[in-house]
Structures are given as C-alpha cells and as structure tokens.
Design a protein around this ligand. Structure first.
Ligand code: FAD
Length: 405
C-alpha cells in the first residue's frame, strides 16, 4: 500500500490528512508531530484561552484521538520531531527511525522568535504553543504586571486579554506604530488608539535593552532609559519557519520551504503547506509565505491532493486573509499591505474603530482593512481577486458607506 506521511500535526497537517481521505486515498497515513498534543487550534490561544471567564483552559483540540485514529485512519507519531528528510531514499527520520513515504506533506509551521539571552529567566514567554499559552494564562491568573514586547497581532491580542482582566499592561514596540507588518504604518497608527482607549500603555519607537531579575524577570529596561516592573513578559516579535530539520535535504530553503504554484518543493511527491511554505502566488505574481489560518488550512488540503496525484496537481492562488480580535474589536485584512496609497473609504477607523481602508498599488486595489465591519471584508476580497481597479474599489466602498446613511 502507498503511504502518505505528513510532518507537522497542526492545522495544515490535519487538513492534509482529512483531504487525503476525502479524496479516496486508502493507503497508510502517518501524522508526525513534535508536540505531545493532538492537533489544536492556535488563534484562541491569544484570545479566549487567556480570558479569566472564558474557556476553563481546555485545549482547543480539533479532533479527538478516536476520530484521528479510527475515522481518518491515521497513525499518530506525536511528541517527537522529524529530524531529517532523504528525498532519494524517500524517508523521513523520526526518533532515529526512518519512515518511508510515497507522498510527503511538510507542514511544520513556524516557531516563535525568542529574545536572545532570556533562556532560563522565569516569567518570560513566547506565545505559539498550547504550553506557552497555559504558562501565560497561569501568570495572568496570578495577576501579573505584564509587559508585551512587540505590537503585532499576538502581542496586541495578549495585551487585550490582560486588560480584560484589569491587569496593568505595557506594550513596547520598536516600530512607530503597532501592526506595521500586518496593516502598514498608517493604519497601525489609527489602531493605536484602540489600545490607549482600553488602558494599555503603548510605547512605540522603543526597544528593550535588558530583562533583569534573579532567576525570574522583575524589570524590563527600555532604550529611552525607562524601567518597567514586570512579573510576566510576553515576547511577540514574530515567528520563523520551522525548517531546521530540512537543512541538507536538498530542498530550497529561503525564509520557508520554497515551492512552485502547486506547493511542490521540487522533490518528487514532496509538497509543503501552511506557515512553513513559501510558494508562488499567481494572484500577485510573487512568492509569499503567509502566517494565516485560512491559507494554512487550504494549502494543507491541496498539498495532500497534489502529493498523491502530481500529474493532476493544481495551483494555489489566493488573496491572503486574516482576522484578529482585540478588546471588543474585530480587525480583518485581505490582500497585501505594502501600498502606495491607503485611504479610509468608509467609516472612521481612528475615531470610532469602525470602517474600511483600501490599499492601492499602481491603479489596482491590492488590499482592504475592515475594522468592526465583519460582513464586509469578503466583498473586498473578491474585488482584489478579480483585479479590480482602485477607482472600482473606492466606488464600491462609497456605495457601501452611502447605504449605511
Ligand atoms: P503550525 O500551526 O505552526 O504547526 C506546525 C506544527 O508542526 C507544530 O505543532 C510544530 O510543533 C510541528 N513541528 C515543527 N517542526 C516539526 C518537526 N521537525 N517534526 C514534527 N513536527 C514539527 N491566524 C489568523 O488568520 N487569525 C488569527 O486570529 C490568528 N491567531 C493566532 C494566534 C496565535 C497565538 C498563533 C500562534 C497564531 C495565530 N494565527 C492566526 C496563525 C495561525 O494559527 C497559523 O497560520 C496556523 O497555525 C499555521 O498552521 P500550520 O499547520 O502551517 O503551522
């Protein structure tokens, strides 16, 4: 029988397994995961999972072990990472043991960037895994004075969770505004007011020069000379694709596993998906690596189908989409944030935390940000996908705005 091996037992890996079975694959499936946990969902980890009155710390597991083993017929190899890929022998090594594959999906995601020199200092956490989130949650339960380093999505959501509990929170961001990488500086600036309105002490344009304490963090020193007292430091400075184990495999690694349009790595029957994959996105005609839930799920499914049937491999074309919940606000973004012009075309994002901003490159609409307009964003996603012009985007936003008057 043929064997599909999926390395990485999270969203993209799970979707790969499910798509293989849905597509009628009857061979063996082995799902390899470095973490000891069953596949679980990450977005809640920086949101509901941290709430004092939310879920009681139950892991956001996708499927029970029974469903994975019985309904999906997957062998689970959890708690040990794959350490090596040999594309000539068609094996991956897990715990010293080579496992043969006929088709392979690489879905090892990304790992949180750590602050150098903080290993062994208690109270300093990243927020990527269930174990990370459980540790942060415990510290919040204990009423920690919280310092968040980095005002990207995860940092911003963590700050919001701490404020919901009424804890003192300082967010330190090296850039001029929060969320620069995700929505660009102008809209990051508009969203800064959201934090301040909720009592988060947001300090931009500063970096952390030292974390101090005896075995446990007590103080955070900043580049302007100020010193913050802290019981909990959450480091939200981004993630790096988990490709260490592929060094020497012959696959092209360049901020992710480099793939073609069909998510093929170039090695026979070896495909990649999710946060680890850098593939050519035809919608924008450029290579991209996304760290978004929706694309990880879609790529996982497609990578499995393509790996099992390369002759009929399909390309993955998408307008990137992600959402984030901060305080009582839902932020959604489609497309790409690097734009020549950004215009708030509906509502007032800075004042009311409600509205839509559009992003222009050349004469094309390339992105849209929706703040507390949850039902709007997919309409803009379709416009971007259709290659709508900037004028069409603006006209559409105006008509939406008028219909609300
Ligand atoms: P991952 O989820 O990173 O999973 C990869 C898995 O592979 C991990 O379990 C890892 O342990 C395992 N692994 C790594 N190396 C190996 C190895 N060598 N062998 C075996 N296993 C290995 N996206 C949104 O769109 N909206 C949100 O609101 C949002 N919120 C988020 C909040 C948090 C706290 C985090 C961390 C992410 C959030 N995301 C959000 C992003 C989204 O969760 C990711 O895009 C998604 O999890 C990517 O799935 P993945 O399967 O590609 O990778």
């Amino acid at each position: 029988t043929r064997r599909l091996v999926v390395v990485g037992a999270s969203l993209a890996g799970l979707r790969a397994v499910e798509a293989a079975r849905k597509g009628g694959f009857e061979g063996r499936i082995t799902l390899v995961g470095a973490e000891p946990h069953l596949p679980y969902d990450r977005p809640p980890l920086s949101k509901q999972f941290l709430d004092a009155n939310g879920a009681d710390g139950t892991p956001p597991t996708f499927r029970t072990e029974e469903v994975l083993r019985t309904d999906l017929g997957a062998e689970l190899l959890l708690g040990a990472p794959a350490t090596c890929l040999d594309t000539a022998a068609r094996t991956v090594v897990v715990g010293e043991r080579p496992i043969g594959y006929d088709a392979l999906v690489i879905a090892t995601g990304a790992t949180a960037r750590r602050l150098p020199g903080t290993e062994g200092l208690a109270g300093v956490h990243t927020l990527r895994t269930l174990d990370d989130a459980a540790a942060v949650r415990r510290a919040l339960d204990a009423g920690a004075r919280t310092v968040v380093i980095g005002a990207g999505f995860i940092g911003a959501e963590t700050a919001a969770a701490a404020r919901k509990r009424g804890l003192d929170v300082v967010v330190v961001e090296a850039q001029a505004t929060p969320l620069v990488r995700a929505v660009g500086q102008a809209m990051g600036g508009a969203l800064a007011s959201l934090h301040r309105r909720h009592g988060t002490d947001l300090r931009c344009g500063l970096s952390v020069t030292a974390l101090e304490g005896e075995g446990r963090v007590e103080r955070v020193r900043l580049s302007d000379g100020s010193v913050l007292d802290a019981d909990l430091v959450v480091v939200g400075t981004g993630a790096v694709p988990a490709t260490d184990w592929l060094e020497g495999s012959g696959l092209t690694l360049d901020d992710g596993v480099v793939c073609d349009e069909t998510l093929c790595t170039g090695a026979e029957n070896v495909y990649a998906a999710g946060d680890v994959a850098r593939w050519h996105n035809p919608v924008f005609d450029r290579p991209m690596r996304l760290e978004h839930w929706t694309s990880a799920a879609e790529q996982g499914a497609l990578a499995a189908r393509n790996a099992l049937n390369p002759e009929a491999a399909k390309g993955y074309a998408t307008v990137p989409y992600f959402w984030s919940d901060q305080y009582d606000t839902r932020i959604q973004f489609v497309g790409v944030p690097d734009a020549e012009e950004i215009a708030v075309a509906d509502g007032d994002i800075e004042r009311d935390h409600q509205g839509v901003a559009l992003y222009r490159a050349g004469d094309r609409l390339v992105g849209a940000l929706a703040v507390n307009r949850p039902t709007e964003i997919m309409k803009y996603r379709r416009l971007v996908a259709q290659g709508a012009s900037w004028e069409e985007g603006l006209a559409f936003a105006r008509s939406r705005s008028d219909s609300r008057q």
